[in-house]
Structure formats: structure tokens, C-alpha cells
Design a protein around this ligand. Structure first.
Ligand code: DHB
Ligand code: FE
Length: 284
């Protein structure tokens, strides 16, 4: 990739695109509100904030810095990024605490529904000579009782070898490294793709200023995103990581779980790697 493309792609454009994407999907399914619930949650949140101000004797200077920063998060379109990095992992933990099947983790801001439908063995849409180690990701989708789930849907999306997502970073083909794979009659699938690179959350917007101000790093380990579903079963949203990869131990989004770490092996053909991962879905 040229320097110009990298510069354009890391501009707060990803944030703005994530905000637009979230808004367009949210409009269809806006939930109603329950006054008592809103009262409880917002009161507790504010009480926690008041407590921090008292305990740490927060100054007017700090309060105004916070105000300016919150305004900037909105202007940069970075609310989806901020929330999905620092809050979503706990919402996911609570949502899936009683599941018996495969572990889930955060969705993140870069899912796009209705990606191209592909057969059980398929190569994800990619550019000619797409950079990265070729990876065969294969497995089977089963129910918690062990029954294979025919025609399960495996939606997959991931960043490219530069850590960029199609439809959020400029210059990538629309559906690059995104697809909806329909498993065969035994629930099996074989997905040919390339290993993604670690992902750095945009450093040039409000989230980047926070990271710099707090002395944190901006990285997520390389990951595949998945939504796996089948009739009569609960959809699982998850991610899979790569053993030994940078930042697997210190993901800024706190979304790594030991059950979600892949260990692809060389196939012996060129630099190709392959890995098997089965999904187990809870009944609806
Ligand atoms: C963010 C990006 C991701 O790719 C992801 O999986 C989770 C969060 C983010 O920038 O907020
Ligand atoms: Fe991601």
C-alpha cells in the first residue's frame, strides 16, 4: 500500500463511516424505553462519576478537558469506536453468560449485513494478489447436543494485511474479505482467505488523543470476525485470534478469551496455513 493510501485510511474516516453504518441499522430496530430502568441505570452511572470526582478531587480544568473531549468524540464520529473498544466486552459477557455453546465476543464497529452469499467451500472476495499468508479456515457447525446443523450460515469479515476493513477505510473493493458462507448438509465449511494483520484503532481522532494522554497503546490483535447462525438456534457473534500474535495478551478492547485462539499450521504448500474450528450453537 502507498503512503497516501495509509494516510487517507487512518484519517477519522473510519469513525465517521462506523457512525453512519450504526445509524442506518439502528433505525430499523429502535427499542422502547422503560422509565424505571433508565432512572436506575443513569442514576447509578452518574453516582459512580460523582464518586470519582470526590475521591480524586477532579479540578475544573480536568472537568473542562473532559467536556471538550466528549464534544470531539461526537465530531469525529468516534462513539461506535469508543464504546466497542472500552464498554462492549462487558455487555457481551452479560448477554452470553448462560450460553453452553461456543464463546462469543464483541461485534465491534465494522460489521456490514448482507455480504455476498458463498457456497460451503469458498474463497472470500479479495483483490488479485491480496497480501497476507493464505489461510484455510474450516470447521463444522453443530447444536449443543452434537447434531450437525445443515446449511448453517457463517458470516465472516476481517481486516486486510494492513489492518483495514472494506467499506470503512477508503480504496478497498466494497466486499473485500467479507462473505456469508452457507455450510453443507453436514454443517461443514471451508473458507479460503488470508490472515489479517493486527488492527490499530484510528490514532488521529478523539480516541487516539485519549490513548496518547493516558499512555496506552492503540492495538487489537489480528482477528477474524464471525456471526454463526442456524434455524432454531441462537446466533453467536464472535472473533478468533492467532496464537502468539502481537497484542493477544493485551488487546485494547479486552475481547480475547482463551477459547478463541487459533493455531494455524503450515499445509506444506507454499506459505499456506490451515486451521479447524467448530462452532456449537445453543438452542433458541
Ligand atoms: C474496533 C475495531 C475492531 O476491529 C474491533 O474488532 C473492535 C473495535 C474499534 O475501532 O473500536
Ligand atoms: Fe475488528
Amino acid at each position: 500500500m502507498t503512503d497516501t493510501t495509509i494516510e487517507q485510511a487512518t484519517a477519522a474516516k473510519s469513525g465517521a463511516a462506523a457512525t453512519e453504518q450504526f445509524r442506518s441499522r439502528r433505525a430499523a430496530g429502535a427499542a422502547g424505553s422503560d422509565t424505571e430502568r433508565v432512572d436506575t441505570l443513569v442514576t447509578e452511572l452518574l453516582t459512580a462519576a460523582h464518586d470519582i470526582v470526590r475521591r480524586h478531587k477532579v479540578t475544573y480544568e480536568e472537568y473542562n478537558a473532559l467536556k471538550a473531549w466528549l464534544i470531539q468524540v461526537g465530531e469525529d464520529g468516534e462513539w461506535p469506536l469508543f464504546l466497542d473498544v472500552w464498554v462492549e466486552h462487558v455487555v457481551e459477557e452479560v448477554a452470553n453468560e448462560s450460553r453452553e455453546g461456543s464463546k462469543g465476543t464483541i461485534e465491534g464497529p465494522y460489521y456490514v449485513p448482507d455480504s455476498p452469499r458463498l457456497p460451503a467451500e469458498a474463497t472470500l472476495p479479495m483483490r488479485e494478489n491480496e497480501a497476507g499468508t493464505p489461510l484455510l479456515f474450516q470447521g463444522q457447525v453443530r447444536s449443543v447436543d452434537g447434531t450437525p446443523l445443515p446449511a448453517a450460515k457463517v458470516e465472516i469479515w476481517h481486516a486486510d494485511d494492513d489492518g483495514f476493513y472494506s467499506q470503512f477505510a477508503p480504496g478497498l473493493p466494497e466486499w473485500n474479505l467479507r462473505g456469508t458462507v452457507v455450510a453443507d448438509e453436514t454443517g461443514r465449511f471451508w473458507i479460503h482467505t488470508v490472515q489479517p494483520a493486527p488492527y490499530q484503532i484510528p490514532t488521529d481522532g478523539a480516541c487516539g488523543s485519549l490513548i496518547a494522554a493516558a499512555g496506552w497503546h492503540a492495538w487489537r490483535p489480528a482477528h477474524l470476525h464471525l456471526k454463526v447462525s442456524a434455524p432454531g438456534h441462537q446466533l453467536i457473534t464472535t472473533q478468533l485470534y492467532f496464537k502468539g500474535g502481537t497484542h493477544v495478551e493485551n488487546d485494547i478492547a479486552s475481547a480475547v478469551k482463551p477459547e478463541l485462539i487459533l493455531d494455524p499450521k503450515p499445509t506444506g504448500k507454499g506459505d499456506n496455513h490451515e486451521v479447524t474450528y467448530d462452532f456449537v450453537l445453543d438452542k433458541a
